[in-house]
Design a protein. Structure first.
Length: 163
């Protein structure tokens, strides 16, 4: 043990800059090779250079793409045509939720609930025929629209019948 100011550290190795010897220059791994040395070529992929990885669309890039969507396969193999008419189910769900949440505005909530049920039913039919991919959202529009109508009518009756 060394009782010096460094505590229990061993003395520096002779020949290092800390021991007063010549400074040690570490080897730079990024330096070009010395005389007579050559750099090996970079490694190649198993199937050769320039291969496009799986899942990227081939032939649908900017220069050769005749149209921008609607049937052309998208990235990662997702078809571009599926789910093109999800608007009815989404509209039914949004209107149903607004009807159920805003039932205190009971005349408006009844109208929005009827529209939510209507759009939800149309969206559910499109999903059943395979034209849309959101049958759950359309069903949520039907359910929330029905709940909004029941709550709004109940509140309206309560306000009208109240003495």
């Amino acid at each position: 043990m060394n009782g010096g100011p460094l505590g229990s550290f061993p003395p520096p190795h002779p020949g290092t800059a800390a021991a007063g010897g010549p400074p040690v220059h570490p080897v730079n791994p990024f330096a070009p090779p010395g005389p007579g040395g050559t750099v090996p070529p970079p490694p190649l992929a198993p199937h050769g250079p320039g291969q496009i990885p799986y899942g990227y669309p081939g032939g649908y890039g900017y220069p050769s793409q005749p149209h921008y969507g609607g049937g052309a396969p998208g990235p990662y193999g997702w078809p571009g045509g599926a789910g093109d008419s999800n608007g009815m189910g989404i509209a039914g769900m949004v209107l149903g939720i607004v009807s159920a949440v805003g039932f205190c505005m009971w005349p408006l909530a009844v109208v929005l609930g009827i529209l939510g049920i209507t759009f939800g039913a149309v969206g559910r039919g499109k999903a059943r025929r395979g034209e849309a991919s959101n049958p759950g959202q359309a069903l949520a529009g039907i359910i929330c629209g029905s709940v909004g109508i029941v709550l709004a009518i109940g509140l309206g009756v309560l306000l009208i019948v109240q003495p």
